[in-house]
Design a protein around this ligand. Structure first.
Ligand SMILES: Cc1cc2nc3c(=O)[nH]c(=O)nc-3n(C[C@H](O)[C@H](O)[C@H](O)COP(=O)(O)OP(=O)(O)OC[C@H]3O[C@@H](n4cnc5c(N)ncnc54)[C@H](O)[C@@H]3O)c2cc1C
Length: 392
């Protein structure tokens, strides 16, 4: 966004001093702030708009193990060890949400223990998923193959060709999750500064100066959690985070036959039941890959009607259901699909946790730990370390 001299000089500026300045109040920024609070580091979260204004407030609320890609394709791309580690890290991330954030910290976020099914769209996908299921079982994960009536009992549709069931996966209300954590943080003294667009980040010896539209923030460290929007603030890093638009809708007047989180068609289509009986579904960008890019918050006719057609064809009992909401959100895709954690080459006190590639709920809490570990020089960023791109 461009800034006129008038808007920049109309009001006085606040001065804020903290140990850590976090930029972006989505799930990643809130997860970093939570870690700061646990470590006794003072912290300010600087957000251009409002809490969860980005993808965090617009996602489908799948808190899942693994990625949308099949385990077999992860093994082919990264090797068996890394594929297994990705699953283990996402499992630990999920445990942190369920046991710590919800269990111990009391954040109410409509957690639904419905499990997930990655279902085969056709016979080709069935073969891939069956092999993936066997590898997952061999690698020690608690998953099982479903088909026939057992699959129907989870999906309420006979249109799928088998699927992998992960009992541990949960549905979640993503905005209640981050606002519940944010409320706890505010009570502990974390400053949540909304309407503060960050315009520059400078490092001078042992300090970082973050200039927002309304304040000068002096910090020991900064952590960038701007995901798809990174290019507007830090173009060099942002060049590695491709903004991809995701769209979703909410359907009311459906029966409760869908009883699990559903991913299908190589992870491109997804649907889930809500506790109030509605269904949230999204995807359909595979058919519009050249159009579904960028930061514009717009729904398109092609994607929205594709999602609707899919639901009405594969769940004929939902023929008369009504769409109550349609929305879009900007996801940040990393070059290899794994989140990126590191520090800026010319400002080592500035870390980042970006590029969640459609899996922020599944990785943000783990990536937040990694970003702090990295910037505080306590260790590397593990599986998220950006250095892997140099080795690829
Ligand atoms: C339709 C859809 C469905 C999805 N479904 C799922 C799902 O079911 N499960 C899942 O795990 N993931 C899902 N995702 C992806 C998930 O939403 C993201 O991976 C996650 O929200 C990323 O969180 P974040 O905090 O990194 O980014 P965001 O939530 O995008 O937050 C970035 C924040 O930075 C702020 N910001 C940007 N620039 C500045 C600046 N200069 N100064 C201050 N603030 C700034 C933005 O305003 C924004 O609030 C989905 C995404 C979409 C769009």
């Amino acid at each position: 966004m461009s800034v006129s001299v008038w808007r920049d000089s109309a009001k006085g500026r606040d001065a804020v001093t903290v140990d850590v300045a976090v930029i972006g109040a989505g799930v990643a920024g809130i997860a970093v702030a939570r870690q700061c609070e646990k470590r006794g580091l003072s912290c300010a979260v600087l957000e251009a708009r409002d809490l969860a204004a980005g993808a965090t407030g617009r996602n489908a609320g799948f808190a899942m193990t693994g990625l949308a890609d099949s385990y077999e394709s992860l093994v082919e791309r990264f090797g068996r060890k890394t594929a297994r580690e990705l699953w283990l890290v996402s499992q630990a991330n999920l445990d942190e949400i369920i046991d710590d954030v919800v269990g111990r910290e009391g954040v109410a976020c409509d957690l639904v223990p419905c499990g997930s099914v990655v279902a085969a769209w056709d016979e080709r996908e069935r073969a891939v998923l069956e092999r993936s299921c066997a590898m997952l079982v061999h690698d020690g994960f608690d998953v099982r193959w479903l088909e026939g009536d057992a699959l129907y009992a989870k999906l309420g549709s006979r249109a799928y060709h088998g699927g992998i069931f992960v009992a541990k996966d949960h549905g979640i209300h993503p905005v209640k999750l981050v606002s519940g954590i944010a409320d706890n943080l505010a009570q502990s003294g974390v400053r949540l500064l909304f309407g503060h667009e960050v315009r520059s980040i400078e490092q001078a010896r042992s300090q970082v100066l973050v200039r927002t539209s309304r304040a000068d923030v002096t910090a020991g460290y900064a952590v960038l959690c701007t995901n798809a929007y990174t290019r507007t603030l830090e173009p060099a890093l942002g060049a590695l985070v491709r903004p991809v638009r995701g769209q979703a809708l909410c359907l009311e007047g459906v029966d409760r036959s869908l009883d699990a989180l559903l991913y299908t068609d190589d992870g491109f289509q997804y649907a889930r039941p809500l506790p109030d009986g509605r269904v949230v579904a999204g995807g359909w960008r595979r058919a519009f890959a050249d159009e579904e890019i960028g930061l514009a918050d717009e729904c398109s006719e092609g994607v929205q009607s594709g999602i609707e057609r899919w639901l009405r064809e594969r769940w004929p009992q939902w023929r008369d259901a009504r769409v109550t909401h349609r929305w879009s959100g900007a996801m940040g895709f990393s070059p290899d699909g794994i989140p990126l954690v590191g520090t800026l080459a010319d400002r080592p006190r500035v870390a980042y946790a970006v590029g969640f590639t459609g899996h922020g709920m599944g990785f943000a809490f783990a990536a937040a730990r990694a970003a702090l570990r990295r910037v505080l020089q306590e260790g590397d960023a593990g599986i998220f370390a950006i250095e892997r791109l140099d080795r690829a």
